[in-house]
Design a protein around this ligand. Structure first.
Ligand SMILES: Nc1nc2c(c(=O)[nH]1)N[C@H]1C(S)=C(S)[C@@H](COP(=O)(O)O)O[C@H]1N2
Ligand SMILES: [Mo]
Length: 331
C-alpha cells in the first residue's frame, strides 16, 4: 500500500509491505532527494543554523562506507531529516544547553587519538584503540528515529554495527547484568562542564539484554560520513526505542557491572528520568505530555505534531524484553 504523506506529497511505502530490495532503492531515492532538497527544506526561524552550515562548509568529514542492514526494524522508510537539521539542532550538554551550542562549540573536541576502556566484569579488561574497535563489526547503515524526551524527533541514517558484536568480542563474565557507558569529560575542550546541572562525566546504561539487542547500534557515522563532533564523534550509542538521552555520545568507557548503574539524568532528576526511559506515550513526563512529538524539519514553527508510538515504533522488535514489567513504574 502506498501512503501519501500530507505534508509534502512525498509517497512512501510501509516497510512491512515491501521487499528489502525495494526498501533499499526507495531509501536510496530518499537519500538522493534529501541531498537535492536539503537547501530548499531550510526553514524560516532557523537562521542561525543556516549561518552555521554556510560558515563551516569547508569542514568536510570523511566518508564511512557501509552496507545495507539486514537487522529487523533497521530499514524504516521515512523521510530523512536533513543533514543540516540533524547536525545543527543537538543536545550535547558538554557543549552547552542550547540546541545550537554543540554545532558552534564542539569543534574543540579532540577525537583522535581515541580509546575506549572496557572495564569491570569481562574476561580481560583492556583499553582499545578506536581503529581496532571499528573493525569488530561490519559497518551498516540503519535508518532510525531518534526521539528526544523533550518531544522532538528526527529520522537519521546512522552507520555502525550492533553493540552485541563488541560485547561478544570482549567476553563479559556471567555476573555482568548491566552495561554502563561513560562519555568524555574534558573541561579543556568542553565548555558545558563548567556550569550545568549534570554530574560529569555523562553516564548512561542498559540492561545486558538491551545492550545485546541487535537494534542497539554502536555508531560511528551518519549520512554516509563519520560522525560530526556535535553528534558524538567518534563513537556513540543509538538506542532507537528509548528517549534520546540513553544514546550517550563520545564514549570513552564501557563498563560491565552487576548492579543497575546510576545514570546521569536519573541522578539529576529521579522523578523525571528513570533508568529504562523507553519511549512510552502513555507515561507523561511530570512537566509535559509524551503523547506526541514534533518531527524536526516538518512544519517548523507551525509545530505540526505526530503521535508518539510505543517504543518509538520498535514495539515488534523490543516489547518482549519487558513482558511482566510495569512500564509505568519502570519508566
Ligand atoms: N555525552 C552526551 N551524550 C548525549 C547527550 C549529552 O548531553 N551528552 N544528550 C542526549 C540527548 S538528550 C539526546 S536527545 C541525544 C541527541 O543526539 P543528537 O543531538 O545527535 O540528535 O543525545 C544524547 N546523548
Ligand atoms: Mo534528549
Amino acid at each position: 500500500m502506498l501512503i501519501r504523506n500530507n505534508d509534502d506529497g512525498f509517497i512512501h511505502p510501509l516497510s512491512s509491505e515491501i521487499t528489502s530490495k525495494d526498501a533499499y532503492s526507495t531509501r536510496r531515492e530518499l537519500l538522493r532527494q534529501w541531498s537535492a532538497g536539503a537547501a530548499a527544506a531550510g526553514l524560516a526561524g532557523w537562521g542561525h543554523r543556516e549561518a552555521f552550515a554556510q560558515g563551516n562548509a569547508a569542514a568536510k568529514l570523511a566518508a564511512l562506507p557501509a552496507s545495507q542492514s539486514a537487522v529487523q526494524g533497521a530499514m524504516t522508510v521515512e523521510k530523512l531529516t536533513s543533514q543540516k537539521d540533524a547536525t545543527t539542532y543537538n543536545n550535547f550538554y558538554e557543549f552547552g544547553t542550547d540546541k545550537s551550542d554543540p554545532a558552534r562549540q564542539a569543534h574543540t573536541l579532540k577525537t583522535s587519538p581515541w580509546t575506549i576502556e572496557v572495564e569491570g566484569l569481562v574476561k580481560k579488561p583492556t583499553r582499545f584503540n578506536l581503529e581496532d574497535i571499528m573493525k569488530w563489526g561490519a559497518m551498516q547503515e540503519r535508518i532510525y528515529r531518534l526521539r528526544c524526551v523533550e518531544g522532538w524527533s528526527m529520522v537519521i541514517p546512522w552507520i555502525g554495527y550492533s553493540m552485541s558484536d563488541l560485547i561478544k568480542r570482549v567476553e563479559p563474565l556471567p555476573g555482568a547484568k548491566f552495561v554502563e557507558f561513560v562519555t568524555q569529560a574534558d573541561s579543556q575542550t568542553m565548555p558545558g562542564l563548567r556550569g550545568g546541572f549534570l554530574d560529569w562525566p555523562y553516564v548512561e546504561g542498559l540492561r545486558m539484554d538491551e545492550a545485546m539487542h541487535p537494534l542497539t547500534l554502536l555508531t560511528f557515522g551518519m549520512y554516509g560520513e563519520v560522525l560530526p563532533k556535535q553528534n558524538g564523534a567518534p563513537v556513540r550509542l543509538v538506542v532507537p526505542w528509548k528517549y534520546g538521552f540513553k544514546s550517550g555520545k563520545s564514549i570513552v568507557k564501557i563498563r560491565f557491572v552487576d548492579k543497575q548503574p546510576v545514570v546521569s539524568w536519573a541522578k539529576a532528576a529521579p522523578q523525571e528520568y528513570g533508568f529504562y526511559s523507553n519511549v512510552n506515550p502513555t507515561v507523561d513526563h511530570p512537566r509535559w505530555s509524551q503523547a506526541s512529538e514534533r518531527r524536526i524539519g516538518e512544519g517548523g514553527l507551525l509545530d505540526k505534531k505526530r503521535k508518539t508510538l510505543m517504543f518509538n515504533g520498535y514495539e515488534a522488535q523490543v516489547a518482549s524484553m519487558y513482558t511482566g514489567m510495569d512500564l509505568v513504574k519502570n519508566f
